[in-house]
Ligand binder design. Structure first.
Ligand code: NAD
Length: 446
């Protein structure tokens, strides 16, 4: 049973596991065995993973899959995806194959600007603050010189600092709204370091200025932190072909397919319940590549959903249209990604994933990730408007059900073939599995 514990982080790994086992595991031996089963036999490698976070007790596996055949701007890419959901990699691979015969994916970077803010309270005259800010601004840049020196050599750094008056929304609330270029880094640590220095300098300058009265000098820096909402760090991915090339779905006229597809996206644009699931499908592709490349999927998720709601209503991140007989499907979203920093140079599988992607720059990775999202969305909508999502999904889920039932490799082979042209449902798999078991049991000589 859960109970309070003091100094848990100071215990050794073995002690942490022993505490956990005695408080939480019904069968201590089995619980400990499972945790240790997932330890890496290479002690150095395990230590590396242990040190990623606090209180590590084991490793948590996700499958790393490969989706090949992605033709992006005329160049082939093999995309690594880390994800547990059965049908995602298969769907990405199918969409890649579909579009490689129809011109492939086109992508473009629409911006790379990152954002960070110093949030502070100032209980004084706004005009005075504005005038003071313009005077002190060069000092704010100067103060960060040491931190930004190397980034400037890469053509990055702080690109602007703006004083923003938010007092209409919250009493005395102002911001220093800063923008950054962080090149191949996601930039969180770089931005936060810059912001904290800017905040300290700003506070010091106000407190030591003759322009303010004692009350006005009492500014309060509430916090200095990057924003994961980066609408100007954005990428676009698209596919297009003549409507009559959309002939891959037997039994559906290409124009009917294209029109139904556009209608499905239109629905996601005006109906938030559908939009959330629609965008979740996009994030299936996006998160899988983001994770495989060691990027921060929480940051990406938060930013993408905020962007989906930028017009005051939560909408589809993708758009579809038919114009002059040409079908176009596109996705636009903010993606602050890094190919240096964070886990990228540490996690051996992340390094390998980046090698599979031929060591992309952050901008190249943005384009690859957006493509994976668009491919996933195409595959999902295509299934939804034709055979339904469950057919393909349950086919992939079949192995999970069989594994749950403890099927042998022979049984898995038998059922994969048995369900090839049949509808997979949880109940039907169990019924067929039990029937086969009964038949096999009956054949065992008593
Ligand atoms: P990082 O701290 O590892 O720094 C990357 C550094 O690499 C740069 O600052 C730069 O000095 C160096 N560098 C070398 N070559 C470069 C190149 N070509 N382009 C740019 N920089 C180059 O990583 P980071 O990107 O500052 O931060 C990312 C990490 O911060 C992630 O792990 C993320 O999870 C974490 N984080 C996120 C948040 C958030 O999203 N809210 C907050 C805090 C921390």
């Amino acid at each position: 049973m859960a109970t309070s514990v003091n100094g848990f982080s100071k215990l050794t790994k073995e002690e942490k596991i022993a505490w956990l086992a005695s408080h939480h595991f019904k069968n201590k031996g089995t619980g400990i065995e499972i945790l240790k089963q997932y330890w890496n036999s290479d002690i150095k490698l395990q230590r590396l993973h242990d040190e990623f976070i606090e209180n590590t007790i084991s490793n948590f596996y996700l499958p790393l899959g490969i989706a090949p055949n992605f033709l992006i701007n005329g160049k082939y890419h093999t995309i690594p995806m880390a994800i547990e959901e059965s049908s995602v990699v298969a769907a990405a691979g199918n969409a890649a194959k579909f579009w490689q015969k129809r011109g492939g994916f086109k992508t473009e970077i629409l911006g790379t600007e990152k954002v960070g803010q110093v949030h502070f309270l100032y209980p004084g005259d706004t005009d005075k603050l504005n005038r003071f800010f313009e005077q002190v601004k060069p000092k704010l840049f100067e103060a960060t010189q040491e931190i930004t020196e190397n980034m400037k050599k890469r053509n990055g750094g702080i690109t602007s600092i703006i004083l923003s008056d938010k007092t209409e929304d919250l009493k005395h609330y102002f911001q220093l709204h800063c923008t950054f270029e962080t090149r191949d880094a996601m930039g969180a640590n770089f931005i936060n370091s810059c912001l904290e220095t800017i905040a300290k300098t700003f506070e010091f300058e106000i407190r030591n200025s003759d322009a303010f009265n004692p009350d006005e000098k009492e500014i309060q820096i509430v916090m200095s932190i990057l924003s994961n909402y980066v609408p100007n760090c954005r990428v676009r991915a698209s596919v297009s072909c003549n409507v009559d090339e959309l002939n891959a779905d037997k039994g559906m006229d290409p124009l009917d397919f294209a029109q139904k597809f556009v209608r499905a996206v239109d629905i996601a644009n005006i109906e938030p319940h559908r939009a959330v699931t629609h965008n979740k499908g996009i994030m299936n592709g996006i998160d899988a590549v983001v994770l495989a490349t060691g990027n921060d999927f929480r940051a990406i998720e938060a930013g993408a959903h905020a962007y989906a709601a930028k017009d005051g209503r939560y909408k589809s991140l993708s758009q579809a249209s038919i114009k002059d007989g040409v079908f176009t499907f596109s996705l636009e979203l903010p993606l602050a990604l890094g190919t240096v920093g964070g886990l990228t140079n540490l996690h051996p599988l992340v390094k390998l994933s980046l090698e599979i992607l031929e060591k992309p720059s952050a901008e190249e990775l943005m384009q690859i990730v957006a493509t994976a999202g668009l491919a996933q969305n195409f595959a999902a909508i295509r299934s939804l408007i034709t055979e339904g999502i469950q057919k393909g999904h349950m086919k992939m889920h079949l192995l999970n059900i069989l594994n749950h039932l403890g099927a042998t490799p022979e049984q898995k082979k038998y059922f994969t073939s048995y369900f090839k042209n049949k509808t997979v449902s949880h109940n039907e798999v169990i019924a067929q599995f039990n029937a086969l078991k009964e038949k096999d049991d009956a054949q065992v000589p008593k």
